[in-house]
Design a protein around this ligand. Structure first.
Ligand SMILES: Cc1cc2nc3c(=O)[nH]c(=O)nc-3n(C[C@H](O)[C@H](O)[C@H](O)COP(=O)(O)OP(=O)(O)OC[C@H]3O[C@@H](n4cnc5c(N)ncnc54)[C@H](O)[C@@H]3O)c2cc1C
Length: 397
């Protein structure tokens, strides 16, 4: 029998130290809630995972509220225009920030930069107990709390368990919460490229038959992040090509509108699937971020949705704490689910439909797409609606 190593008492236990789990830990701690965060990997600075996040204006406000925006703002690039085109079509959709004022339509930040900024905040906050690298072996719930036993026998007691352990969430599985999974048969090839001409803060989304090809402007006006969606079978073949050959295939899709291009990072592959949970809570555990909804990166919204989950849950926890109420009660968790599920499902619907509508070469659908893009482009109110939605504005029924 293993001996009990230590007992730790906190209010909230978070499993998963990705960007969403770290944001949650930080946001709770700055509101004086004690937290333990359990992460299976070592908590060291991330070098790069290739991804760059498009952050909506709504997410900027959330990060600002948590004191993170000030830390990262010097490394953030703006998105002032978005151009959406369909393969071989003359029609394209053009979103320009001037249509809605002077604010950028969104912001771009490399995921490693935001991850490291959050990690530094978390490491500095004494309200947060970091348990990494660590794995848990048992999770017990009772009427008053939750107890997590780590593999080294450390016991952590809390009032609420927050699962931020990503799309293959083990906590979700242990809770027996059903998650719907849809494999798109697509893999994203992700890298940074340098281009001869400046990108002028313009993001491009090209719908090619294998999937969307996104060109996202980073802070450096000569560097863009590429999310090139390919069929599962082809993506690893592209990734294995020598740089010259890969550059050729990339340039074919990129075209020469920014002059000569060159890959300046490692190549990363991300298999793409949709996973969404049918419930967001059970017992004293609650799902946030990709553990609740891992969506297609077509609209760059995964972390944005995770931030809205964090904001909602943190507000409810603080409210209950102030009122002396249970922060892990099923009433609170139901309120969280009620307030987040509709909005998350709406974004799931949009990203899933966009991908299905555009990732093919069917002539009839090509016609509909072209007409659709042209129609949206011609109706300013509709255009404004899409722009504000992408900027993080909530539309409730
Ligand atoms: C190519 C690509 C481009 C994207 N672009 C954008 C974008 O532009 N904008 C945007 O908003 N979103 C974007 N996303 C989505 C975004 O990356 C995710 O939504 C976000 O990273 C989810 O964060 P998370 O913390 O919920 O999950 P994860 O990042 O998956 O983190 C989960 C964490 O839990 C840990 N963990 C797992 N299991 C355990 C365990 N048993 N015990 C302890 N720890 C555990 C993992 O090690 C990991 O650290 C993109 C995604 C991809 C693939």
């Amino acid at each position: 029998m293993q001996s009990v190593k230590q007992n730790k008492e906190v209010e909230v236990i978070i499993v998963g130290g990705g960007v969403v789990g770290l944001t949650m830990a930080h946001a709770l701690a700055i509101h004086n809630v004690t937290v333990a965060i359990i992460e299976k990997n070592e908590f060291t600075e991330q070098i790069s995972d290739g991804r760059a996040f498009a952050i909506s204006d709504g997410s900027k406000e959330i990060l600002d509220c948590f004191g993170i925006w000030d830390v990262i703002k010097g490394t953030v690039g703006n998105i002032n225009e978005i151009r959406v085109t369909d393969k071989d079509s003359l029609f394209f959709l053009h979103f320009d920030n001037k249509l809605i004022g002077s604010k950028p339509l969104g912001y771009m930040i490399e995921s490693a930069i935001i991850h490291n900024a959050l990690l530094n905040q978390v490491k500095e906050n004494r309200k947060i107990e970091i348990l990494a690298p660590a794995t848990y072996s048992i999770v017990d719930y009772n009427a008053n709390g939750v107890r997590v036993t780590l593999s080294d026998s450390t016991i952590i007691n809390g009032k609420l368990l927050v699962a931020a352990d990503g799309k293959n969430s083990k906590i979700r599985e242990l809770l027996g919460i059903y998650a719907q999974k849809i494999d798109y048969g697509q893999t994203a090839i992700v890298c940074n490229i340098r281009h001869q001409k400046e990108h002028q803060a313009i993001a491009q989304e090209r719908f090619l038959s294998a999937g969307p090809f996104a060109i996202l402007p980073l802070k450096d006006p000569h560097i863009s992040s590429i999310v090139w969606t390919e069929r599962d079978k082809l993506a690893p073949l592209f990734a294995k090509m020598d740089r010259e050959e890969l550059n050729y295939h990339l340039a074919e899709r990129f075209t020469d509108y920014l002059g000569k291009i060159e890959i300046v990072s490692k190549i990363f592959l991300y298999p793409i699937s949709l996973t969404f949970s049918r419930k967001y809570y059970k017992d004293r555990a609650v799902l946030i971020g990709d553990s609740a909804h891992a969506i297609h990166p077509i609209a760059g919204q995964g972390y944005n949705l995770g931030l809205k989950d964090v904001k909602e849950l943190v507000n409810l926890i603080i409210r209950n704490k102030k009122l002396g109420l249970d922060i892990g009660s099923s009433l609170l968790l139901k309120e969280y689910e009620d307030n987040r599920m509709f909005s998350n499902m709406a974004m799931i619907g949009i990203t899933d439909s966009l991908n299905r509508l555009f990732s093919n070469n069917i002539a009839f659908l090509r016609e509909i797409r072209s007409l659709g893009l042209a129609a949206v482009n011609k109706i300013p109110r509709l255009k404004k609606f899409f722009m504000e939605y992408a900027m993080g504005k909530e539309f409730k029924l």
